[in-house]
Design a protein around this ligand. Structure first.
Ligand code: IMP
Ligand code: MG
Length: 179
């Protein structure tokens, strides 16, 4: 049952089941729904990795909300490059809004730092971060990561939207690389 799978040219083993993922997302949704009671949320998802998480989280949000997306790229293969390319810019109409940024994973935190810098120029009322996954031992920044559905060790993962060189995003569960 826990047989390794191959994604492109690497082996991975199951580490977080879809059921566990859904339970952790429900807990975050409950917190967000309570924290934003009486307010409206403008979610900004960071493509590509966020697409499954954004879809599942939004179905659990009960306060009025809108969602739009931005797109950046920083990874090559299994390494964070530290250089962030902006591929789709920030959406219109951010000024004065309660923004929640949705990310699949905050690793070193460099990508999110860049997104925060750009967002601030659009003058939102406030900004919070809701990441599906957080690697505490890799994080090199000082800003608050407000909502973390799951914290994971410092190993490369794929599945549930996250990719290895573009592959593996379709897997419903999360898998960790075998070294
Ligand atoms: P950071 O800039 O180092 O925080 O990296 C953030 C971005 O790198 C995320 O948005 C992901 O797209 C990607 N990333 C980080 N860790 C992993 C991983 O373990 N698997 C797949 N993608 C990852
Ligand atoms: Mg991402």
């Amino acid at each position: 049952m826990n047989q390794p799978i191959t994604v492109k040219d690497k082996q991975f083993i199951l580490s977080i089941s879809n059921e566990e993922i859904q339970n952790s997302i429900q807990k975050v949704a409950d917190r967000i729904n309570a924290d934003y009671a009486g307010k409206e949320i403008f979610f900004i998802g960071v493509l590509n990795g966020v697409f499954m998480y954004a879809a599942d989280l939004l179905k659990k949000i009960t306060v009025p909300c809108q969602i739009s997306f931005t797109k950046v790229a920083s990874y090559q293969g299994t390494q964070s490059t530290g250089t962030i390319k902006q591929l789709i810019g920030m959406p219109e109409g951010i000024e004065g809004r309660h923004v929640v940024i949705l990310e699949d994973i905050v690793d070193t935190g460099f990508t999110m730092r860049e997104i925060l810098n750009q967002l601030q120029a659009h003058k939102p009322a406030d900004i919070k971060i809701a990441t599906l996954l957080f690697k505490p031992n890799s994080f090199k920044e000082s800003y608050n990561v407000d909502y973390r559905a799951m914290e994971i060790p410092n190993a490369f993962i794929v599945g549930y939207g996250l990719d290895y060189d573009g592959y593996g995003r379709n897997l419903p569960d999360i898998y960790t690389v075998v070294n």
